[in-house]
Every structure is written in structure tokens, then in C-alpha cells.
Design a protein around this ligand. Structure first.
Ligand code: IMP
Length: 435
């Protein structure tokens, strides 16, 4: 059985831990979009790993990891990650495939990202400054450099010269020399060569051989280029459709879709956030949840769980179930509000609006649930949770209309509750062991 794991909010939902937890059940973990703007944090054996490009499955010896054509690859960032893993004793060689159709992020994309943000002024997106948007712009503009071009001397030189010339025209300086960009691309391209593969062919063959795939999304539904809070989004499809286009597999290859959502909501960067808490309550969630970006260190904006927004994620991804993460961060609150609708003028709407102006006028309709004085931190059993915490999870299930499969109560692999054992057994063949 192949499962897609997608972010159901604005990213940073804790996908890294969940993919790591489930990876041992799969032969392959395949990443389908985004780039090193992602930061998937995984705690294993007292060590903390932040994976940006390589799927979190790499931490399990028998798992093959795939970077699909839908990903934009910064080769320098990729090899920094490979080297960091090697230092920790984790060999990537022979376990990583990179699509020959993936687009490459070059140093000028980073400069263009900064330039684009500066030119937007007050409308800036608050990007991660990694060159993600400009690399996808080049892809859509049909002037991008793909992994397969790295092996062709003449094509590589032409694309790099054109790219650097365009950058120098736009940035209005000559700080970047095409010769330097070319020699670095050549060197890193040669190092990448053994891992380059036609990923669509490899995955199709693997499925025919009965191997299972976990499709790993980065960012989250509300940062999706089509279904998120446009224009305050990333430049790829983080929703499940991206798994098919970003890896070259058909929709029937995805047998189930699992959304990951925090027990509350966070977002980094600019853009609308209807259930945001601007005062002390937001700061308290940020401090308790360590809500600072894994990649950029920026403070994350915090707010209550937004059922309107998560229902949108359920619909656009066809989610079969969700995982609720960071439940323990809500421990000790007197009350835990949930956003159940948006008030716009005299109306209450329960669908997530497309129109940014309308969205900015939305105020949350809050339903207050009683808090729980006892800790859920580290809990491993649903029945052992305080009754108010159980009631909170049950209410979330009612509001979003899909079951909660797992609940995460801490950073470690085993700080996890299997909330829905029959579903876990149906998906994973036997009761899901979290040890
Ligand atoms: P970009 O992906 O760097 O172009 O940034 C676009 C928007 O997506 C910004 O608001 C970023 O903060 C946000 N973003 C990108 N990647 C992530 C992520 O992995 N987690 C959370 N937010 C992200």
C-alpha cells in the first residue's frame, strides 16, 4: 500500500517525525516538490537531524529515497546534507535517486529571490530566500536547467551563461561570473551522476515488484501555489496532486492520503492567517512549542486550530485521515478555543475564501473547549489521556470529518499515540508498532 503524507496547514506540521516513524513500513520514500526551503526535523537516539532535501526515510537503513522531478535541487545544499549525514554515520550512497528531470537551483536564483522580495515592498511574501520561486519561474518560463543537462557540456554552458546574464541585467551588477557558476555546476553535477535516474521508470518498476512507496510532501496545503493563500504561497503544488506530476506516477499509485496538522496553527512569512493570536497567548504558544523556523530561524506566527482551513485541506487533498501533532503544547491551558467558522461582516462562512481581500476581513468564530490540567506530554495511549484532551481530539474529528490516525505528544519517535488502531492495522498490515 502506498501512502501520501501532506501538510494540512501552512507547513511545519511535524511531517518529518511522522514520515520517519512510518518510513520503516515502506521500501521507498519519495519527495515530490519544493526544495531546501523545507526543514524536516527528526529526533532519533538523542540526536536532532534537520533534513531539507533528502527524505526523512534516509534515517532507516533499508529505505530507498527519491527526489522527484517536481523538486528544485540546490546541489550545494544537497551535498552539505549528504556530508552531514555521513558524519553521523548514515550512508546515502546507493540509497538515493535524483530525477534527471528535476530542475537545478543555481546561485543566481538566490539573488533573484532577494530582488523579487525587495521589489514587492509592502507586498513581500517573506520567502525563505533560497531561490525556490525563481527556479520554478525558470522552469515555467522554459529556460530552466535540469539535472540531465548537467552531463551535457555545451547545453550546460549555454544555460548557465544565459542565466547569469539575465541575473546581472536584473540585479544591475556583475558580481556573479558565469565561469564560476559553470565550474561549480560541473563539479557537483559529476558528483551527482551515480544517483541520477529516470524516477518515473524506477518507481513504476518498484511498484510492479511489489515495493511500497511513501510519497512525502513538503510545506503544506495553505502554501500550495493553487490551493493556498495565493500570492502568499510557495511556488509548487504541496497538495497531493503534486505527487503524480512531481514523480511521474499515475493517481491510482496513491492508495491513501494522510494529512498532518498541529493541534493549533502556525505560519512563517507574510499572508493571511484568520485564527492568528497576536498577543500574549500567541507568544506563549510560540515559546512552549519552540515555534521558530527550522531553516531560517524566523519566529512562527501562532493561532488556534482552524477547522475551516483544515476542512479545505481535507477536500483538496481527499485526506483519508490526519495526524495531530504537538498536542502536548496545549497542556495546562484553562480553555482551548477552535476556529469553527469565519465572520465576514454580517455573514458567517465555513469555506476558505479564495479572495485575499475577503480573507483579510474574516474574523474567527471560536468555540471554546475545556483545557486539561494534567500533561499529555509523552503519552502513548489514547485512553490514558485526560478526558478533556480526548474530547478535544474527538471534536476535531467531528469538525474536519475524517479520523485522527495518530497523535504526537513529543519530539521522540515513541511519543506517539495510535488513536485509530483499526485504520492503522488496515494501512500497515499489522498493529502499528512505534518502538
Ligand atoms: P519560498 O518557498 O521560499 O518561496 O517561500 C514562500 C512562502 O512559503 C514563505 O511564506 C515561506 O515562509 C513559506 N515556506 C516555504 N517553505 C516552508 C516550510 O518548509 N515551512 C513553512 N513555511 C515555508
Amino acid at each position: 500500500m502506498n501512502i501520501a503524507v501532506v501538510g494540512a496547514q501552512w507547513g511545519d506540521e511535524g511531517k518529518g517525525k511522522i514520515v520517519d516513524l512510518l518510513a520503516q513500513r515502506f521500501s521507498i520514500v519519495a519527495r515530490y516538490q519544493g526544495g531546501h526551503n523545507a526543514g524536516h526535523t527528526v529526533h532519533v537516539g538523542g540526536r536532532k537531524f534537520i533534513l531539507r532535501l533528502i527524505p526523512s526515510g534516509i534515517l532507516h537503513a533499508g529505505v530507498t529515497c527519491v527526489i522527484g522531478n517536481g523538486v528544485v535541487v540546490d546541489l550545494k545544499a544537497l551535498f552539505e546534507e549528504v556530508d552531514e549525514l555521513a558524519t553521523a554515520g548514515i550512508a546515502v550512497n546507493g540509497r538515493l535517486l535524483v530525477s534527471d528531470r528535476a530542475h537545478v537551483i543555481l546561485p543566481y536564483h538566490r539573488d533573484l529571490d532577494r530582488l523579487s522580495e525587495a521589489s514587492l515592498g509592502a507586498r513581500m511574501i517573506g520567502t525563505t530566500s533560497r531561490g525556490i520561486g525563481p527556479a520554478y519561474e525558470d522552469k515555467a518560463g522554459r529556460r530552466g536547467l535540469r539535472v540531465c543537462d548537467l552531463a551535457d557540456g555545451a547545453a550546460l554552458e549555454e544555460l548557465v551563461r544565459d542565466g547569469v546574464a539575465r541575473r546581472n541585467r536584473l540585479v544591475q551588477d556583475e558580481a556573479l561570473r558565469w565561469e564560476d557558476v559553470l565550474s561549480q555546476a560541473r563539479e557537483l553535477g559529476a558528483r551527482l551522476r551515480p544517483w541520477v535516474s529516470d524516477v518515473s521508470v524506477a518507481l513504476t518498476k518498484a511498484m510492479a515488484d511489489g515495493r511500497s512507496i511513501l510519497f512525502e510532501g513538503a510545506q503544506g496545503t495553505m502554501l500550495d501555489l493553487d490551493h493556498g493563500t495565493y500570492p502568499y504561497v510557495t511556488s509548487s503544488n504541496a497538495t497531493v496532486g503534486g505527487a503524480c506530476t512531481g514523480l511521474g506516477v499515475g493517481p491510482r499509485s496513491v492508495h491513501a492520503v494522510l494529512g498532518i496538522a498541529k493541534a493549533y496553527t502556525t505560519r512563517v512569512g507574510e499572508g493571511p492567517f484568520p485564527s492568528e493570536l497576536l498577543g500574549a497567548e500567541g507568544e506563549a504558544l510560540r515559546a512552549k512549542g519552540h515555534e521558530f523556523g527550522a531553516v531560517t530561524g524566523r519566529p512562527r506566527r501562532c493561532g488556534w486550530f482552524d477547522a475551516v482551513q483544515v476542512r479545505h485541506a481535507v477536500r483538496v487533498n481527499g485526506l483519508d485521515a490526519v495526524v495531530i501533532t504537538k498536542m502536548d503544547v496545549l497542556d495546562g491551558l484553562a480553555a482551548v478555543p477552535i476556529c469553527v467558522g469565519y465572520r465576514v461582516g454580517d455573514e458567517v462562512c465555513d469555506e476558505f475564501p479564495a479572495d485575499l481581500r475577503r480573507l483579510q476581513r474574516c474574523t474567527p468564530v471560536l468555540e471554546s473547549m475545556p483545557g486539561w490540567p494534567a500533561a499529555t506530554a509523552g503519552a502513548k495511549d489514547f485512553r490514558g489521556l485526560p478526558p478533556e484532551a480526548r474530547a478535544y481530539v474527538e471534536r476535531l474529528e467531528e469538525l474536519i470529518g475524517v479520523p485522527v490516525l495518530l497523535i504526537s505528544t513529543g519530539a521522540g519517535r515513541d511519543d506517539t499515540i495510535v488513536r485509530n488502531e483499526p485504520l492503522a492495522a488496515a494501512w500497515f498490515g499489522s498493529a502499528l508498532s512505534l518502538a
